[in-house]
Design a protein around this ligand. Structure first.
Ligand code: BTN
Length: 245
């Protein structure tokens, strides 16, 4: 299989944010699937302008795509990236992990991995970066109050210490396979695996729809990667990214 994801790997000891580096003009000419990995980040970014605490021991990587013309492709790929990380975590722990739409990973009610999809337009060209942060050997007990209660890491789950580079290689191999799957139009074949382990499936959760907050039941993910939710009158909605509170 042709290697796209990880065709080139740039390793940094420390940086502010691998997503920021990946989208910087210096990386505009890099081949699609170039990966930037840092051992720690001083200003890791999370969704909704949150901080992603990134001390040594975690995995912080960004996969970069230049000259993008189909964002929908990357929405799907980011969901399969979550599936790939979930599989790696399950292989290491022999336990189950859940995907919280669109692409966080949870162990019971605690988050272990976050994925941040960002894009920029520079001149004629759209660029996309998929940033993945996973808590591995970094205990969440060092995280600030209010976050640590809702977070976990591999070492907190099992008490073991892991070989980070080995895990990175395993994840990149799975992501390369899933990239080819999205290219081949095979995203839909993975929906059963994703929907079986969809966090809070069947439960009512709060969503931001326009200016209103509504409680909707999570039903599953559709063939475009949107979340299917249902109101109390059993009306179905297919939600785009960014609407979960
Ligand atoms: C989230 O759950 O809010 C998304 C977190 C994404 C964190 C990763 S770590 C590597 C990459 N670089 C960043 O600055 N953020 C992403």
């Amino acid at each position: 299989m042709k290697k796209i994801i990880g065709c080139k790997i740039v390793r940094l000891k420390e940086t502010d944010s691998t997503n920021r580096v990946a989208l910087s003009p210096e990386y505009a000419m890099q081949p699609p699937g170039t990966v930037i990995i840092a051992r720690r980040q001083t200003a890791g970014k999370g969704r909704k302008k949150r901080v992603w605490y990134s001390e040594e021991g975690g995995i912080y990587m960004s996969i970069l795509f230049n000259e993008v013309d189909n964002f929908g492709f990357f929405y799907k790929f980011a969901i399969l990236a979550a599936l790939g990380v979930k599989e790696t975590l399950e292989r290491l722990t022999h336990d189950f992990f859940f995907i919280k739409w669109p692409n966080d990973i949870y162990f019971h009610d605690k988050k272990i991995c976050g994925i941040l999809l960002q894009s920029t337009t520079q001149g004629e060209s759209n660029r996309v970066v998929i940033g993945i942060g996973i808590n591995i050997n970094n205990s969440v007990f060092n995280l600030p109050e209010g976050i640590k209660e809702k977070s976990t890491s591999l070492t907190d789950i099992t008490g073991k210490v892991y070989d980070i580079e080995n895990i990175e290689a395993d994840i990149l191999e799975r992501l390369n396979k899933y990239y080819a799957s999205v290219e081949n139009g095979d995203f839909k074949f993975y929906l059963p695996a994703i929907n079986e382990f969809l966090y809070k499936k069947g439960e009512y959760t709060e969503f931001l729809l326009g200016v209103n907050v509504r409680g909707l039941k999570i039903i599953g993910i559709d063939e475009e990667g949107r979340l299917i939710a249902e109101d109390r009158n059993e009306n179905r909605l297919n939600l785009d990214f960014g609407e979960v509170l």
